[in-house]
Design a protein around this ligand. Structure first.
Ligand code: KG4
Ligand code: ZN
Length: 338
């Protein structure tokens, strides 16, 4: 089953064609990152306009690259939530028009479910159930993936997402948007023990997390150094910050592995590209004898291949939409009725 998949929830316009949920025939992406960089973050209105400009050409490009004709497309999938509402709408409207014109099913896909499904592409043998640590720009949570379309959230951030905090710290340090990758790179040559940053433990649920205190502590440290004219060791601050994020995520993931009894831990989302988190996860999971699934960096960030992968399983579960499909800025991954 060849699924034409569309992703436009933030600042990447992407169209992919994925066969049977696992085989990527083509994965085209038009990134707007450079455009938003001068503003230090995504400008929603500009993002929507750029999606409109890019999406039709990108779809043609995807068909050409896969050497497929339109009649060989069996379904059209699209990220319908969550994201910047105007940006998501562009993808949803395009997908509706494409499905209607081709006379093929329309499959709505939750963006975070898509991130999780990036693992199905990277690891063709991976099947639920497994535990997934989702760490993206807007979401941080531990998900019990019981089946392809049946999930339970064990816990997650009560405030900021890890990615948001990486970006904020990067921005204050004068790094280009989005700051996560730059903070990660700077951290490589830093001393993580030079600065002391908190590892908050909020609430009753052992799997819940909080990053706003850590973010504020890092911001205060930077402001204080500037006010008193103290030279900041940026590399060490980045190392300390990355260590604090990792120390928040990894023990919870390990506890959840033990509680669920799963032997499989997958990671998903843009922050899953972080080298410190990847290294710590591998070491911690090895101690528990668990298998770790980490998509390559190209599949960690936003892309349409992951949407095409999840769409296949949504289709098998009967989750198709009609022309009344809408876009949503927020929605849980729990698969409530659309
Ligand atoms: O999943 P994603 O592409 O977009 C959302 O769905 O939110 O994640 C983007 C986030 C950004 O916050 C970016 O700074 C972060 O992923 N990121 C990283 C790294 N690469 C990307 N954060 C830490 N270390 C990295 N190497
Ligand atoms: Zn994403």
């Amino acid at each position: 089953m060849n699924i034409l998949a569309v992703e436009s929830s933030c600042d990447e316009t992407a169209v992919a064609i994925v066969a049977d949920g696992r085989r990527v025939l083509t994965d085209c992406i038009a990134s707007q990152v450079e455009l938003h960089r001068i503003y230090g973050g995504v400008v929603p209105e500009i993002a929507s306009r750029k999606h409109i400009e890019a999406i039709y050409g990108l779809a043609d490009q995807a068909l050409d690259a896969a050497k497929l004709s339109r009649s060989e497309i069996d379904a059209v999938a699209v990220t319908y939530a969550p994201g910047l509402i105007g940006a998501v709408l562009v993808g949803v409207n395009f997908a509706k028009a494409a499905a209607l014109t081709l006379g093929k099913p329309l499959i709505p896909v939750h963006h975070i479910r898509g991130h999780i499904a990036a693992n199905y592409i990277a690891y063709p043998e991976l099947e639920p159930p497994f535990l997934c640590l989702v760490v993206s720009g807007g979401h941080t949570m531990l998900v019990d993936v019981q089946d392809y379309t049946k999930m339970e959230i064990l816990g997650g951030t009560l405030d900021d997402a890890a990615g948001e905090c990486f970006d904020k710290v990067g921005r204050l340090l004068g790094m280009p948007y989005p700051g996560g990758a730059a903070v990660d790179k700077a951290a490589q040559t830093g001393d993580e023990n030079k600065y002391n940053l908190p590892r908050p433990k909020p609430g009753q649920n052992p799997y819940d997390m909080s990053f706003s205190g850590l973010k504020t502590a890092a911001i205060n440290l930077i402001h204080h150094a500037r006010q008193v004219g103290e030279e900041l060791d940026i590399h060490s601050l980045c190392a300390a910050f990355s260590a604090a994020v990792s120390d928040t995520l990894i023990p919870r993931a390990m506890q959840a592995l033990e509680q669920t009894g799963y032997q499989k831990l997958a990671v998903a989302g843009g922050v899953a590209a972080n080298s410190r988190i990847r290294r710590d996860l591998l070491a911690a999971a090895e101690r528990l004898g668990a298998e770790v699934y980490m998509p390559p960096l190209s599949l960690c960030g936003d892309n349409a291949a992951m949407i095409g992968a999840q769409a296949y399983y949504e289709y098998l579960a009967g989750n198709v939409a009609d022309m009344s499909l809408n876009a949503y800025a927020t929605k849980t991954i729990l698969g409530e009725m659309i």
